[in-house]
Design a protein around this ligand. Structure first.
Ligand code: ZN
Length: 201
């Protein structure tokens, strides 16, 4: 039978306690053997659960209950929960962190890419824009001045952002009308009712 989750036990190094063995009477012969239980999922430790100690005499080998040989606070302090019993959450946390970092790095680079393309426009640059929910369209750079960019707009609106590339291939732009925006508002992406999603060159 395969257990995909449950608890497992790890045994730590025995701790000398200085206690006297109730069986053979030898002084300082009791060692506490620590055990840490932890919850696992597919054998990946998720979190530690209970901790227990088994008193053993290192002379006669007798084992006792902790009712018979009590565990001292000192012993409890000496045995630290192994960090690896938290491996699952640590790995998961690192994964989440990696995803967050890669997403933010991507958005930063896309943003600076957008600014660079607005600052140095090229005739034919295609702007993917969003007008409203499920209202996507294109703008194509027709000309520019030092502080403004002029566009031919596509009269069509589509519902799916992913179809914008196909729409660009159809090359349907209204070349009779020129629409101008300042580079400033383009870079800030602050044109009313138009959000720039990306610029294709
Ligand atoms: Zn003993």
């Amino acid at each position: 039978m395969i257990f995909i989750f449950g608890t497992r036990t790890t045994t730590g190094n025995p701790i000398q306690t200085g206690q006297t063995c109730p069986a053979c009477g030898e002084e300082h012969s009791i060692m506490m053997v620590p055990e840490q239980r932890y919850f696992h999922l597919f054998w990946i430790p998720l979190f530690p659960t209970s901790k227990q100690f088994t008193p053993v005499c290192n002379l006669c080998g007798a084992m006792f209950t902790t009712q018979k040989v009590p565990v001292t606070d000192e012993v409890r302090k000496q045995y630290k929960t192994p960090k690896w019993t938290l491996l699952g959450p640590i790995v998961l946390g690192l994964l989440i962190l990696a995803v967050i970092i890669s997403v933010s790095v991507t958005s930063v680079s896309e943003n600076s890419d957008l600014k660079a393309k607005v600052e140095n426009p090229q005739e034919g640059d295609i702007y993917h824009v969003k007008y409203d929910v499920h209202q996507y369209s294109l703008m194509r750079v027709a000309s520019f001045s030092p502080d403004s960019v002029y566009f031919h707009l596509s009269p069509g609106r589509i519902e799916r952002k992913s179809d914008l590339d196909k729409m660009a291939e159809m090359d349907a732009f209204n070349t009779l009308e020129l629409k101008g925006f300042s580079k400033d508002e383009l870079k800030k992406n602050s044109i009313p009712e138009i959000e720039i999603l990306r610029i294709r060159r």
